[in-house]
Design a protein around this ligand. Structure first.
Ligand code: IPE
Ligand code: MG
Length: 222
């Protein structure tokens, strides 16, 4: 969900105002995805690198995410959305936010219309490191370690690899998002800044995705 800061700057507002404006875009994306029948939607809300931002912006984002959860948890639950958080629970994530995440996940755990994964304090490299740590701790024979074993130690082994990744705001990078899982994902890049992203943009990206020829290393489409 990129471009909040630039959206705010274009309007002479503080960066945090851009994050606030991004809240509606996120809800719109969830509703659009529900309308399109998307069963798995993930958003990148805060990366393991975002701690490098100014302290007041980091603090704002922590409280902001807690407030978003409080504001929208029940609505999402009523819509049949299962909420999950993917990422590291380190000491820097405020206790109250962790509690809010756990409560939202528990409340919505049985929902199946859509799984909405919020990647928070998430890093693709950190996820792989954490998987390796677990595998080593289990004392697995190196010869038995294959792709299936690594996948089964990721944060959410049941999450299918994403078909489509949409990156907003004109940037053309992965920025440490789902490194393992994106091996064969299709990418759509748009110049739209996140607060301006609507379900029409989502549908446009899905249509573009539908026209892609996915070969997975083969010559013909499977
Ligand atoms: C939101 O956009 C991303 C978050 C970490 C919440 P940015 O804050 O990266 O916006 P830009 O890139 O400065 O425009
Ligand atoms: Mg950015």
């Amino acid at each position: 969900m990129d471009g909040n800061g630039r959206w705010a700057r274009q309007r002479g507002l503080a960066r945090t105002e851009g994050h606030a404006a991004g809240e509606l875009a996120m809800l719109e994306a969830v509703d659009g995805a529900l309308e399109a029948g998307v069963e798995w939607l993930s958003v990148y809300a805060f990366s393991t690198e975002n701690w490098r931002r100014p302290a007041d912006e980091v603090r704002y984002l922590m409280h902001f995410n807690e407030a978003i959860l409080q504001r929208h948890r029940d609505q999402l639950h009523e819509k049949g959305v299962r909420i999950r958080f993917s990422g590291r629970r380190d000491w820097r994530v405020p206790r109250r936010l962790v509690r809010g995440m756990d409560e939202a996940a528990a409340l919505t755990a049985a929902n199946r219309k859509m799984t909405f994964t919020i990647c928070f304090n998430y890093g693709g490299r950190a996820e792989i490191v954490d998987a390796v740590r677990e595998i080593v701790a289990e004392g697995l024979d190196p010869g038995k370690i294959d792709e299936r074993v690594i996948r089964s130690h990721l944060y959410f082994p049941d999450m299918p690899d994403p078909d489509l990744v949409i990156r907003t705001s004109g940037e053309h990078r992965i920025s440490n998002f789902l490194l393992w899982e994106l091996a064969y994902s299709e990418f759509v890049f748009t110049d739209v800044l996140w607060p301006d992203f609507t379900r029409a943009h989502l549908f446009e990206a899905i249509r573009e995705f539908q026209g892609r020829n996915r070969r997975y290393g083969r010559v013909e489409a499977p």
